[in-house]
Design a protein around this ligand. Sequence first.
Ligand code: NDP
Length: 459
Amino acid sequence: MSFDYDLFVIGAGSGGVRAARLAAQLGKKVAIAEEFRIGGTCVIRGCVPKKLFVYASQFSEAFEDAAGFGWNVPEPEFDWPTLVRNKDREIERLSQIYLRNLDAAGVEVIRSRAVLAAPNTVQLVGEGREVSARVILIATGARPNRHHDLPGHELAITSDEAFHLERLPKSIIIGGAGYISVEFAGIFSGLGVETTILYRGAEILSGFDDDLRKALRAEYERKGIKVICGDWLTRLERQGKDVVATTLKGDTLRAEQVMLAIGRIPNTEGLGLEDLGVELGKRGEIPVDAHSRTKVPSIYAIGDVTDRMALTPIAIREAVAFVETVFKGNPTAVDYENVPTAVFSQPEIGTVGLTEAAACKRFGDVDVYETSFRPMKHTLSGREERMMMKLIVEPRSDRVVGCHILGPDAGELAQVLGIAIKMGATKADFDATVAVHPTAAEELVTMRVKRGKPAAAAQ
Ligand code: NDP
């Protein structure tokens, strides 16, 4: 059978673009359809603009800290429209680079919504025509959950709108306490917005190491971020310039803006998958096997739309594995173990491997090495911020199975530690590594005392 394309990709985000380029570079005839902007969540309304906002928000503390080092900083002023404009310019530049890279690889870019019409047929909705492909790859990503069952939900923004607010609000309530909530709480608070996190659970950042969760909350409260746990929204109402939130416990909270960050929903609506016999998962995700293949042999899916691990580098890994499997005859599955990750909270979190709780569950008993200290910079800045590091060691093999850091550059540290942990480094390997002095990271190779064990016994 002959097809118009060897590969048709739906969605030009991190995963889709990588798969399209790699396949085209192998000489395959490839098209990619995108109904919005080229770049996807990460570039357009996720990782990249978020990190730029994090940088912007860090200046307020940097100006304060400068005084201890002898600088006299006049009262700084912040201009939100300048930040948004500069961020937009950078995002447009990156989007253009993605486009140029697709062009250079010979990928045909189609600016249209695309849906499935048959196992090898895609309908280009904007163009009113159909094309055929030997393989179809769905990489349509996910969108914020707008909490449609919350009365007044339409008064709340999500991270999508946070990147384009016309005006910086004076106050904000952020619902949820996952990655996006704590990152935006740090951003808004740093930019001078009175910030509240409202969360249904007992402690922010579920799934992360418990000590880190507590420590971040303490740092946020020290910065003046109000953290309310064990309560949730029941209603939002507009009152003048404010939104008034009623909670389960019967409290009312008032702020100029409410933002919901309660997870993301895979973009599968109207794609036509069910008609082809692909039953979607509970959250609307596309079920796939280890090689990203759906129940329909010619249709694959990668990235957030599969709801496996919603991280850009994972979508890219899945794209590479897909191309290896389908176009290079080398069946490849992504390894989801020991994926390093960062949360760009302030202070930052960097983590790789198991939390203490997960390690205890898996191994029964673990050794924990931990330290908490004031980073050297703050001896002169006077800031009461602490850095925390924690190593989880499986005692029989001596392997370091988890590492959790809260503090400056924790994400950078997690990347490098990820190599050691992925290689199976033992605590003895950490101990045998000479410290780099004076750094914060040297603590990672100088922790000798196990938690709960007297120093002499632990040597
Ligand atoms: P998360 O899954 O990280 O957090 C969602 C939060 O909302 C949790 O606190 C969750 O509570 C709460 N929640 C979920 N559903 C409800 C509900 N119905 N009512 C009330 N509260 C609810 O999602 P995010 O939106 O923060 O981020 C989405 C994903 O994007 C992340 O999981 C991550 O994979 C990715 N991401 C990664 C980043 C990075 O790498 N730095 C940055 C930003 C996003 P509970 O814990 O009780 O379920």
